[in-house]
Design a protein around this ligand. Structure first.
Ligand code: C6P
Length: 425
């Protein structure tokens, strides 16, 4: 078993070459056979597979330095704390070199957004204010704002989408107006793949003194991210969609905002001083991290970040453009397939949602599984968007660093077979 060096400085991360063949070898699950076929894993927007270094890191923690963090004075506690804080440092570096204090560990992107809507939202939004989101939001960036609007009496406005799956910005100056207090939008749609012009929207929102939350659940794994250059007030993402373990989310927010936000969970770790009558909060980031955190998985997120950094996010993006372009070209050859979202692969991430005009997406997904090809079918936790597309659900193939053109061919071949089985059989 490889022992992780969680003390490796970020600056010493090697920037080696991108090779799908050698990448695949680092992911033991990709050797699996499913229904007699080698697994073709195309459900990466839901969660990615984990490299051996991440799997080993979980085991190293439990076998080598399992202890609670931030409170013990013994060696194991110090090692566990330093490993966890090392991940915080790498996370801060990964999204553009923000301060470690600006990184709050949560359970997932969903929890991060809920924290913002509950804490920042209840303090700053009142009746008559405007909350702006888009029509392509995942429920995680939709339901918390619906609830906040209901509770406060604020108005909820939507940036619409056009027929090509882009945000329609023609009325944006009316939608984001001086009443707007917050704009919350996805950086990359998990259904359409659309990469949104968040810089432009952040600039306009700031001109109106509104804050901006960027849902980076689909962008942090696939694009180079610099939240400082974007000037995002909040940026959230989940470790499990970027090679890391489940149960680890990130809330980035500017230091002054986090300082101003009240905690939403109270208890141990997040206080500085407690009496029988009162309590004061700890400094950032602890103030927003009550209770024992998910130490093992946070520690194991560090090798995931190293893995991505070693390849280079620019190269990852290039690889995904190549695979997605190829996937779209090949799917377009099947005249019974309708693809959703932008036609230009440069405007989308590695997600292709589609429908067959005769086969229900669930039947398609099950048939593909019988051929070892894993895709997702459903509303992808974006029911209003899928309804807007005029379909009950879609099939969705989503790519990552280990996927190849050969696997796209297997997807297309399985789709043709499904057609023979269900329609022409
Ligand atoms: N989308 C998908 O298959 P969590 O579950 O908290 O890690 O991520 C929520 C989330 C938020 N925003 C976007 C844009 C997302 O895509 C997701 C997760 C998965 O599309 C699971 S539904």
């Amino acid at each position: 078993m490889k022992v992780i060096d969680h003390k490796q400085p970020v600056s010493q991360v090697d920037n080696s070459l991108f090779s799908t063949d050698s990448i695949k070898k680092d992911f033991p699950i990709l050797e699996r056979k499913i229904n007699g076929h080698k697994l073709v894993y195309l459900d990466n927007a839901a969660t990615t597979q984990k490299p051996q270094s991440v799997i080993d890191a979980i085991s190293s923690y439990y076998t080598g330095f399992n202890a609670n963090v931030h409170r013990g004075l013994h060696t194991l506690a110090e090692e566990a704390t330093s490993a966890m804080e090392r991940t915080r440092e790498k996370t801060a570096a990964f999204i553009g070199g923000v301060k470690m204090e600006e990184i709050i560990f949560t359970r997932n992107a969903t929890e991060s957004i809920n924290m913002v809507a509950t804490s920042w939202g209840k303090k700053n939004i009142k009746q008559g204010d405007r909350i702006v989101i888009t029509q392509m939001e995942h429920h995680a960036n939709l339901v918390p704002w619906i609830m906040l609007a209901k509770e406060t009496g604020a108005e909820l406005g939507y940036i619409p989408i056009d027929k090509n799956g882009y945000l329609d910005l023609s009325d944006i100056n009316k939608i984001i107006n001086p009443q707007t207090k917050v704009v919350a939008l996805t950086h990359m749609s998990n259904v359409l793949g659309t990469i949104n012009p968040v810089e432009e929207i952040i600039e306009l929102a700031h001109k109106n003194n509104a804050y901006v939350l960027v849902d980076g659940a689909q962008s942090a794994p696939h694009l180079p991210i610099n939240v400082k250059a974007l000037d995002a007030d909040f940026y959230v993402f989940s470790a499990h969609k970027m090679l890391g373990p489940t149960g680890v989310g990130v809330l980035y927010a500017k230091e002054e905002i986090l300082n101003d936000m009240e905690p939403v969970i109270f208890g141990g770790e997040m206080i500085s001083h407690v009496t029988f009558e009162n309590a004061d909060w700890a400094e950032l980031p602890m103030k927003h991290e009550a209770g024992t955190p998910n130490i093992a998985d946070i520690v194991a997120f560090a090798p995931a970040l190293d893995y991505l950094t070693n390849i280079g996010m620019d190269k990852i993006r290039q690889h995904e453009i190549e695979i997605t372009s190829y996937g779209m070209e090949e799917l377009k050859k099947l005249d019974y397939i309708r693809i959703f979202g932008p036609d230009n692969p440069l405007d989308r991430g590695g997600v292709i949602s589609f429908v067959d005009n005769k086969i229900h997406p669930h039947d398609l997904a099950q048939f593909l599984d019988s051929k070892g090809v894993a895709i997702r079918a459903g509303h992808h936790c974006a029911q209003p968007l899928v309804k807007l597309l005029g379909v009950p659900s879609t099939a969705r193939a989503s790519f990552y660093i280990y996927n190849t053109k050969d696997e796209v061919d297997k997807l297309v071949e399985a789709l043709k077979e499904a057609r023979r089985y269900f329609v022409n059989g």
